[in-house]
Design a protein around this ligand. Structure first.
Ligand code: TXA
Ligand code: MG
Length: 322
C-alpha cells in the first residue's frame, strides 16, 4: 500500500518549475500539463521514484513509460535515431509525437521505466510549463498520463486531483490541455510503425516519411510491445454504445455535430463537427457523463479521418468489456 501523501496544488506561475524540479530531484511525483494531457512525472533515472509512480497509478509494471526531454539533443543521449526518426523529430518536435527507438546502452533511464525492453519511447512536449520543468530539472522525466491506470486521461488539474489526491506530491495547474488526447506513438526501428494513434494524424506523419505507416502487429494487445494498446485502457465505468444512430431510453448522449434527439443529457464533442475540438473535449466529457451514473452512454459516429482515428481508438477501448 502507498503511504498517504499530502498533494500540493500549485499554479503555473514563475517559480513553479523550480519547485517541481526540486520535488522530482527528491524522488517525488509531480503532475504537470503538456499539450496533450496531464502527465505524472518522475525522475526517469531514479528507479525508486519510477517504482513509486507505477504504484501511485496502479499500473502494470510491464507497461513502459515515455521519457520526456526538453529537446532532441537530450533525446539523442538515450536513443538511436535512424533517418525517419530524424525527419519526424525535426518536423514535429516539440509536439504530440512519441518516438520508440533503440535504447542506447549507456542511457541513464531506469530499466524499470522501459520495462526491460531494448527500446525507449521519447518525446519533446510542446507546452511552456512542461518545457520549463524539463529545463529546470535537467534530466529525462518519465510521465504517463496522470490518472489511475485504466481510467480516462486527465485534461485538467481537477481530473488529476480526482484520481491521485493523496497519492502524489504535487500538481502544477496550467489550465486545460489544448490537444486533449495523448501523443501519437511511432516506432522507428525498421519501418515506421504506428503503435498508438494520437494527437498527430497518421497522414501528417506518412507525408513526412514519404510512405504509409505500418500498423502494430496483430496480437500486440496481449503481448505488449506497446501495452498502451491493452484493449480496455481508458475506461469509464458506464457502458458505452458506439456509432449510435438513435438514443435508447435512459441513455445519455456523447454527441458530435447535430445531436440525436431524445437524450436527457447531451454533451457535444463539437457542434461544428471539428475533430480537433472533439479531441480536446473527449476525456472531460467522458468523465462528466460517467459521473452521471446513467445506465449507458450513447456515442454518435465520429469520422475516421485525421484525428478521428485517435478519437475512435480511445472510444473503442472505453467501450471494450472489462
Ligand atoms: O501524450 C502523451 O503521450 C502523454 C503525456 C503525459 O506525455 N503520456 C502518455 O503516456 O500517454 P502513457 O504512459 O499513458 O502512454 C505511453 C505509451 C503506451 O502506449 C506505452 O505502451 C508506449 O507508449 N510505450 C512506451 N515505451 C514503449 C516502448 N519501449 N515500446 C513500445 N511502446 C512503448
Ligand atoms: Mg495513459
Amino acid at each position: 500500500m502507498l503511504l498517504a501523501t499530502k498533494t500540493r496544488l500549485v499554479e503555473a506561475a514563475p517559480g513553479a518549475a523550480q519547485a517541481a524540479a526540486q520535488c522530482l530531484g527528491r524522488g517525488g511525483l509531480v503532475a504537470f500539463p503538456t499539450e496533450t494531457v496531464y502527465g505524472l512525472g518522475a525522475d526517469a533515472t531514479n528507479g525508486q521514484a519510477v517504482a513509486r509512480l507505477y504504484e501511485a497509478k496502479g499500473r502494470p509494471a510491464f507497461n513502459p513509460l515515455i521519457a520526456h526531454v526538453p529537446d532532441i539533443a537530450v533525446a539523442r543521449d538515450c536513443a538511436v535515431f535512424n533517418a525517419d526518426a530524424e525527419t519526424l523529430a525535426a518536423a514535429f518536435w516539440p509536439g504530440p509525437l512519441t518516438l520508440v527507438l533503440p535504447r542506447k546502452p549507456d542511457c541513464k533511464v531506469s530499466e524499470l521505466a522501459t520495462a526491460g525492453l531494448d527500446t525507449i519511447a521519447v518525446r519533446v512536449p510542446d507546452h511552456a510549463m512542461a518545457h520549463a520543468i524539463l529545463r529546470a530539472f535537467g534530466k529525462p522525466v518519465v510521465a504517463p498520463s496522470a490518472n489511475v491506470s485504466g481510467h480516462v486521461s486527465p485534461t485538467t488539474a481537477a481530473h488529476v486531483l480526482d484520481d491521485l489526491d493523496g497519492r502524489i506530491d504535487m500538481i502544477v495547474d496550467g489550465g486545460p490541455t489544448p490537444v486533449g488526447i495523448e501523443s501519437t506513438v511511432v516506432a522507428c526501428i525498421d519501418q515506421p510503425t504506428l503503435l498508438r494513434p494520437g494527437g498527430l494524424s497518421r497522414a501528417q506523419i506518412a507525408a513526412m516519411v514519404g510512405r504509409d505507416l505500418s500498423d502494430a502487429p496483430a496480437g500486440a494487445e496481449d503481448n505488449p510491445i506497446a501495452p498502451g494498446m491493452l484493449t480496455s485502457h481508458y475506461a469509464p465505468r458506464t457502458r458505452l454504445r458506439l456509432d449510435a444512430t438513435s438514443v435508447e431510453p435512459g441513455e445519455v448522449l456523447l454527441a458530435f455535430g447535430t445531436p440525436l434527439p431524445g437524450a436527457a443529457t447531451v454533451l457535444n464533442l463539437s457542434e461544428q463537427g471539428n475533430l480537433a475540438e472533439a479531441a480536446a473535449n473527449l476525456f472531460g466529457h467522458l468523465r462528466r457523463l460517467d459521473g452521471l451514473r446513467a445506465p449507458q452512454i450513447a456515442v454518435m459516429r465520429i469520422p475516421h479521418q485525421g484525428l478521428g482515428e485517435a478519437i475512435n481508438d480511445r472510444l473503442r477501448r472505453a467501450a471494450a468489456p472489462k
